[in-house]
Structure formats: structure tokens, C-alpha cells
Design a protein around this ligand. Sequence first.
Ligand code: CP
Length: 307
Amino acid sequence: MKHLLGLKNVSKEEIKSILDDAMAMREILDSDCKKASLLAGKTIITLFYENSTRTRLSFELASKYLGAVAANIAASGSSVSKGESLIDTAMTINAMAADAIVMRHSASGAADIISRYTDASIINAGDGMNEHPTQALLDMMTITEAKGDIKGLKVAIIGDVKHSRVARSNIYGLQKMGAEVVLAGPSTLLPKQLDELGVKVYTDVEKAIEGADVVMGLRIQLERQKAGLFPTIREYSKFFGVNEQRLALAKEDAILLHPGPVNRGVELSPEVADGAQSLINHQVRNGVCVRMAVLNQLVNGKTYINR
Ligand code: CP
């Protein structure tokens, strides 16, 4: 792979290879001296047109742990605020001999566009409502660690599926790895084309969670309430929030995931967010391993475990 724009066009074998590498990369993250030379002499630029804590920081740390030079451009402090276009910005970064550009943008397809104008590998760190591939990869790594295998698991994704790039990447990735994916949320937050993706859709959260091995809450973007897509935050939480009663409908050993940031008391009750089944902090830690694996594979063109 030259670029990672989404999981729609990534094969099961490629996903497995990234997950295997990410698990092996954990030895670097867990060591006293987090330093490898896999990306020595390489330059990784993070270009974020939207806010981020987890994705941006984990890509920066992953780059540095592998020995690369890492630099960030936030749109607000750059020439983007003077009107420079996305393509001109990407070509400017490319001219400085970047080996990879990690980009988040509010427009679906933005990463795909700049991949046509640069020599650097492009990694999509979230593009509008389209995809967030490394989030789904770190979710799959967390599931694999907890359950041994993704194949045959029931994964219930709950919330604002319509606007969620995390949901879309997880649907593509989890199905390729053999999971059954079910979705639930308010009907106004479920896109119409879900049937084409081969997932079961419920407006009743209880039915989706029943017997699930994995329950994944999605962040509710609070501006959706202002847009009239659900009546009030309190009603959303009452009918669609994952709480102890609802989580108890899943398998006894079910795990709870959330991409973050969590609106506590809205999509997850504080009890389940901090409970024994929650692997939210594991997801964050695994994010660094997955991003090390992706950077190494794209920039060096080879896997870590077969080095
Ligand atoms: N999950 C995720 O993308 O979080 P950030 O917005 O903090 O990067």
C-alpha cells in the first residue's frame, strides 16, 4: 500500500498484516526506551483541519518512537487561514520532502484528493463522514486482544451512525474479518443505504446489544441536536445511551469500546465508561501501536514482523 485512505478497498490480508505488526510494535511502546530506527531519516507531517487529541498525538508519538522527524500543521495557525487551498498546502508540504502526510479534514474525500498531488504517502486521519481507518484498526486490535479472534463475533455499534466515519471504517473492516455487525440509533441518525453494507439495523438499542460480544458507543455530535435530528440530549441518553442495564443484555464477557471523546452521561453512562468491561484506555494505547505499524508499512513498504 502507498496510501491508507480507508478500509473499503483494503483486503482482509492487509488488515491482518497491520494488526500483526501493531501487536509486535507493542514491545517498543512497553519498553523503557521507546526508540527504534525504522523511520530514521524520514519526515512525517500531521496536517489537521479539525480538532483532535488522540489521533494527532498518537501519530506524532508513533513517528518519534520509530525515529522519524515529526512536525504538525494546524489549519488555524497556517497559511490555510490566508486562503491557501488544500491542494496547494499539500504540494507545499510535499516540496519539503515529506515521506508521509497524515491528514484530518471536514470534507469527505479530502485525503483521496491530495493523494493525487503528492509523492508522500497519505494517511487519512478522518475525512468528513467518510472514513477513519486507523481508528477502526485500533478498535480491531483491541477486540483481537480481548477475544482472540474477530471472526464470528457480534459487534453492536450504537449511536450516530449516519455522520460517523468511525462506524463506516469499522463496518468495512469488521465484516472483512468475519464479524457480524449490527447497528442501532435514532432513525434520523441511521443512513438509508445501510442495507447495501450488509448490516442489521435496529432502532431499538436493546435488540442490537442482546448477545453482543462487543458494544461500541459512538460520540454524539451535539450540533445534531440543534439540527433537530433528535429531541433532547436527555431523551437521547434515555432511549439510546449505553448504561448498566443495557450492557447487561450483551454476553457476560462482552467488552465496551468508544472512539472518544466520550460525552459522559449521553452516549455512555459514567458507570459503564469507567466499568470493568470498558477498554477505552486500551484503545488509546493501541492507537499508538497501530499508527507505528501503518507508518512503517507505508513509508518503508514492508511489514515489521518479517523484518
Ligand atoms: N477518536 C478520535 O479520532 O479522537 P480524536 O478526535 O481525539 O483524534
